[in-house]
Design a protein around this ligand. Structure first.
Ligand code: PA5
Length: 446
């Protein structure tokens, strides 16, 4: 078994000829990607990463994770965007739903908190409260080393570490994941002697989950990063070598572009497992930042089901018809919970007695897929056999490869993000950052 793509519930929305026509475009886009002849081709390091990564660094990641596990009650992961979402998605996907809340004896690994992904002083101060009396370490993750959100958080927690442990010991509790040679964070690491890990030049933030960016926090959580890489390597084989008709990543890229051509300009990724919420966030960044440019792209949205069937479900079933839906379906749930029988059937649930809750969840899913298709929402399925490291590796690779192919099929450079600079410039101008005086004057005039 493997992560697989099923578009049978979308077939009624397009013809075989349309798929054939799209096949040619997608295969051309795949060639552009793997032959590295397209725009953004200096950011394709992720394609071979699962089979061609720095083994020495990989061993250092594991050793650092062990040290953090042995000397810290808490790991703070400081990063934003591509330097944040992959680790969080993976840890939520793989570890306990209440990871930070179960007892340390059961968890055996440090609590993990994420910060530097907003500029909220309330969140930051509340996190400081959590750290009271706890030993902690920090993994600051920033490719550029200059991103405002993580830089502010790092300043604060670096000082807390130095006040608590002294400068020398604090330096041993700070792990910096950044550019191999340049940037403010690299310079600081060199000066202070922080252990540092590399975000490769040719891997952009949103494609970096299988580098130290994701791997160190994931390893600290106790998940098996060897298995994760194995899964990604197998996903790579499937994506690179399977013919179009059996190639899940290429088919997904093809079908979503056909649907876009029919006015389906929103893709909703849905899950039926709360532990996939951040997987949806990771996916939104990957596709939103890669495709949303030059006035083009499919708007990526995500819902958690059945939760959101009681909120967004109305719109999906019945509102403006502009979306298709992709369900990430975990085929075998981690646990079995059997519904009991009650003597007096007051809640009317005895017809489910003896049934596994997951059976109910799957019926909800299948019923919803059919209802949404009836409501003119094409439904795609990405089947994940189980929530483990191997299949998560396959899943990450499936989505990354499909994203590169889909972006080229759409006619954009999937590997840049010029749009994220606009807010930064305005923010710097309003903050009075040196060098932004002219823009500041312009903005204040507005
Ligand atoms: O995908 C991207 O490039 C962005 O989301 C970045 O990952 C994000 O802005 C963080 O950048 P950095 O790692 O330089 O702090």
């Amino acid at each position: 078994s493997k992560v697989s793509f099923d578009y049978s519930k979308a077939k009624s929305f397009f013809s075989d000829d349309e798929l054939k026509a799209m096949e040619a475009k997608v295969l051309a886009a795949k060639d552009t990607l793997v032959n590295k002849t397209g725009e953004g081709n200096d950011f394709l390091g992720w394609i071979d990463l699962p089979v061609d990564y720095d083994k020495e660094e990989f061993a250092r990641i594991k050793a650092a994770a062990k040290k953090i596990q042995s000397d810290s009650d808490v790991l703070l992961v400081i990063g934003i965007g591509g330097s944040y979402l992959g680790a969080r998605a993976a840890i939520d996907f793989l570890r306990h739903s209440f990871y930070n809340n179960i007892s340390k004896e059961d968890r055996k690994t440090p609590e993990i908190y994420y910060v530097g992904n907003s500029i909220s002083s309330t969140y930051l101060q509340d996190l400081i409260d959590v750290l009271k009396g706890k030993d902690f370490s920090v993994n600051i993750i920033s490719k550029s080393g200059t991103t405002t959100e993580p830089a502010i958080a790092f300043r604060i927690f670096k000082k807390m570490l130095e006040d608590k442990y002294g400068e020398a010991e604090a330096a041993k509790r700070i792990y910096a994941t950044t550019d191999k040679a340049k940037g403010a964070l690299k310079n600081l690491s060199n000066e202070k002697g922080y252990e540092s890990f590399v975000v490769p030049d040719d891997v952009g933030g949103r494609f970096s989950v299988l580098t130290a960016v994701g791997l160190l926090p994931i390893a600290v959580s106790g998940a098996d990063i060897d298995k994760l890489m194995e899964g990604a390597a197998s996903g790579r084989e499937l994506a690179l070598n399977n013919a179009f008709a059996e190639n899940d990543a290429l088919l997904y890229a093809a079908v979503r572009n056909i649907l876009l051509g029919k006015g389906k300009s929103v893709e909703i990724t849905a899950n039926y497992e709360p532990s996939l919420h951040y997987f949806g966030e990771w996916w939104k960044q990957l596709y939103g930042e890669s495709e949303g440019k030059d006035g083009k792209g499919i708007f990526p949205a995500a819902v958690d089901l059945t939760t959101d069937l009681h909120s967004m479900g109305q719109f999906i079933q019945d509102g403006t018809r502009l979306m298709f839906e992709t369900v990430v379906n975990v085929e075998k749930s981690k646990h079995t919970v059997v519904i009991g029988e009650e003597e007096v059937d007051l809640d009317g649930l005895n017809y489910l007695a003896g049934k596994d809750m997951d059976f109910v969840n799957k019926c909800a899913m299948n019923g919803t897929v059919l209802a949404h298709v009836d409501g003119d929402v094409p439904n795609l399925l990405v089947n994940v056999p189980e929530q483990n490291e191997f299949y998560l590796g396959q899943l990450f690779y499936f989505y990354e490869f499909a994203c590169g192919v889909s972006g080229y099929t759409l006619g954009v450079n999937p590997f840049n993000q010029p749009g994220v600079e606009s807010y930064k410039k305005n923010m710097f101008a309003l903050l009075g950052k040196p060098g932004f005086e002219e823009l500041r004057a312009q903005l204040l005039n507005k």
